[in-house]
Ligand binder design. Structure first.
Ligand code: PLP
Length: 373
């Protein structure tokens, strides 16, 4: 059987990984500053993570959410403590798109409304249709039965105000737009969204799937602005490669049996992976490291002449290259063996492990200086 050919692939086959490093099947070593779309938060194959997962695998790997799973409770406890949201509730699922689906559905259940306000250039996932093809009234939220989604430019208060009314179930925004090229909402804009959502009885959803989990040096990117969203979605760095996602739900939102659900969400292996990630983040103070190395990288990148518009927070960094230097990402990979990400047309995206060292940062800076000389 052939694979369904939807991904543009580099001709590289990783067979081993450790911390910020990957090795391919030919023995070539690569510095990984992309982490497979921001997934590697604590570093590849961290010993505590590997040990925890192996132990869990030999105890119990899976049973459905029809029995108690104390690991989920431990994960929720630690996540509440480290994220600064101890009074929120946690719903566990398997991916970022699924976290957003559940957040939108929840907002629609809570408000009884179907209109959603989203922002241009945002990315929230690739699912569509599963609930729409279901007729169980307990599962189908008003949103699923004929929704309306309105897109406005980010950081444009007037455009946003023009579409807000008392039909809006939720406003959904990324903590920092990732796929859209590392674009930041201003603190003032986020504060305006919070205030306006409250005024109209709409819920504010912060999609922190790429920008959350310590990536910016704060647990969530929106915490620079002081807003408190009603719903926060997460995935990517949450499992350091193990598929797990979740929604943080403000404490007054009441669940009912069957309101949300999933087969695999929060299973024993996923919860063990999630807990191990948080333990490493806490023990190794990775938020501080992300802030320190991130500030260093941003300051040094700004000194390189042909790089324009360096932006980001912590270790979520984007910068633009001149048109004639379009080959730099490939040169970094094939000449210097450094993985980076991109956003079209000419933005390089850095989403390394939160444990990245200064020495690793210098390897990138030196390679860039050579390519851009
Ligand atoms: C901000 C954001 N939201 C949602 C998603 C979708 O996550 P997943 O691919 O796990 O479904 C992504 C993936 O890149 C993302 O960056």
């Amino acid at each position: 059987m052939k694979l369904f050919d939807v991904y543009p692939l580099f001709d590289i086959t990783p067979v081993k990984a450790e911390a910020s490093w990957l090795w391919d099947d030919k023995g070539q070593k690569y510095l990984d500053l992309y982490g497979g779309h921001a997934v590697i938060s604590i570093g590849h194959s961290h010993p505590h993570y590997v040990k925890t997962l192996n132990q869990q695998l030999s105890n119990i790997a899976f049973y459905s959410n029809s029995v108690k799973n104390p690991l989920q409770e431990k994960l929720a406890e630690k996540l509440g403590q480290l994220s600064g949201y101890p009074d929120y509730q946690l719903f566990l699922c398997n991916s970022g798109a699924e976290a957003n689906e559940n957040a939108l559905k929840l907002a629609s259940f809570v408000t009884g409304r179907k209109k959603i306000v989203a922002f241009k250039k945002a990315f929230h996932g690739r699912t569509s249709g599963a609930v729409a093809a279901t007729d169980n009234p307990k599962i189908v939220a008003p949103f699923n039965a004929g929704h309306q989604i309105v897109f406005v430019p980010m950081n444009d208060e007037a455009a946003f105000d023009a579409v807000m009314d008392n039909q809006v179930a939720a406003v959904i925004i990324e903590g920092i737009q990732g796929v859209g090229g590392i674009q930041l909402p201003t603190n003032a804009f986020l504060q305006h969204l919070e205030k306006t959502c409250k005024a109209f009885g709409a819920l504010l959803i912060l999609d922190e799937i790429q920008s959350g989990y310590g990536r910016t040096g704060k647990f969530f990117a929106h915490q620079f602005s002081g807003v408190k969203p009603d719903l926060i979605t997460m995935a990517k760095g949450m499992g350091n490669g193990f598929p797990i996602g979740g929604v943080l739900i403000e404490g007054s939102i009441k669940p009912w049996s069957g309101m949300l659900g999933t087969t695999f969400g929060g299973n024993y292996l996923a919860a063990a992976a999630g807990l191990a990630v948080l333990e490493v983040m806490e023990n190794e103070q990775l938020l501080n490291n992300a802030a320190t190395i991130g500030s260093y990288l941003i300051a040094e990148l700004k000194k390189i002449k042909s790089i324009t518009d360096v932006r980001g927070e912590g270790l979520m960094i984007g910068f633009d290259l001149p048109e004639e230097k379009k080959s730099v990402r490939n040169d970094l990979l094939f000449k210097h063996h450094i993985f980076t990400g991109e956003a079209k047309p000419n933005t390089i995206r850095l989403l390394p492990s939160l444990a990245m060292t200064r020495k690793e940062a210098d390897l990138l800076l030196n390679a860039l200086k050579e390519e851009l000389a």
